[in-house]
Design a protein around this ligand. Structure first.
Ligand code: GLU
Length: 295
């Protein structure tokens, strides 16, 4: 499907809640990075987990993005439509012995911060079991465009991780890698909460012979008590009527220095200024920003 293209980026929200200011930072950074490079910008709904989906969240996410002036290319891809591709890869990994069924209960694993490999050689049936990917005793490292070099030892720091849950739902790590490749992603721009998922994704890309995109992780906005601004902490959903002031705030938080003259600008003027002046090297090189310090 993908045609060779200089730059393809994406925004990939999970509809377990509505978009909040942290989502706006990630969406805006990836949008401006793509448009400044005259690239494509795609939208993917990561609806892998229907039981955790908030009613109406998909429609609300799309209308919020529209209200804020985001224009995506092509049609929306929903992960719920991609089960066949995920299943095929899962089967391939199982047949190759690169993944294996694990029926350990939550209780059994509770004392272990890292999965200790109980089912690694156990040859359990794959019904009513999770599927774990066997990880090598190796370090995976990459150069993040904002955060610099990040590395993780998959054996020591992560352990064999779940790629299909016991309830049959596919895991984020597997789906994201397959879809980023399927959609021809050259650049992944997202929140810094996913920095430490990236080495797992690099390993999957290597196993499956998929190209490795460039990565840029934007700082997370945290509340004074240190909580990530996110769905689980009920940060306020973005309001359609707040587009201009919040875009301006997000541009500032991304280090872009919008001039005083933009203070009364509308969303289109802000987006156009953002595209024309985008400089990813100005993004603060930090994992978190305190909400109280944002102007
Ligand atoms: N779906 C993830 C989220 O909403 C983002 C995944 C990604 O950008 O790789 O946090």
């Amino acid at each position: 499907m993908p045609t060779p293209h200089g730059y393809t980026g994406r925004f990939a929200p999970t509809p377990s809640g509505y978009l909040h200011f942290g989502s706006l930072m990630a969406a805006l950074a990836s949008y401006l990075d793509a448009r400044a490079a005259k690239g494509r910008w795609l939208l993917r709904m990561e609806d892998l987990d229907p039981p955790r989906e908030a009613p109406g969240a998909q429609a609300a996410i799309l209308s919020t993005l529209e209200a804020y002036g985001f224009e995506w290319d092509g049609t929306l891809l929903r992960q719920s439509e991609r089960s066949d591709a995920y299943q095929q890869t899962l089967q391939h990994l199982l047949v190759q012995g690169l993944a294996y069924p694990c029926d350990c209960s939550r209780k059994r694993l509770e004392p272990w911060p890292i999965y200790p490999g109980f089912c690694r050689e156990a040859r359990k049936p794959d019904r009513d079991a999770a599927i774990r990917l066997r990880v090598p005793q190796l370090e995976y490292a990459f150069e993040d465009r904002v955060q610099g070099r990040f590395s993780q030892h998959l054996g020591r720091d992560v352990g064999d991780f779940v790629i299909r849950r016991r309830d049959g739902l596919f895991a984020y790590q597997l789906a994201v890698v397959l879809d980023d490749a399927y959609q021809g992603m050259t650049d992944v721009v997202r929140g810094a909460d996913l920095l430490d998922s990236t080495p797992r994704q690099l390993y999957l890309q290597e196993l499956l012979g998929l190209p490795q995109p460039r990565y840029l992780h934007v700082p997370l906005v945290i509340q004074p008590d240190g909580h990530k601004l996110g769905k689980s902490y009920r940060s306020p959903p973005l309001q359609a009527g707040q587009a201009a002031p919040l875009l301006l705030r997000a541009l500032r938080a991304l280090g872009q220095n919008p001039p005083q003259a933009l203070h009364d600008a509308n969303r289109t003027e802000l987006m156009n200024w953002g595209i024309a002046h985008w400089d990813a090297t100005r993004i603060p090189r930090t994992l978190t920003l305190a909400e109280s310090e944002l102007k």
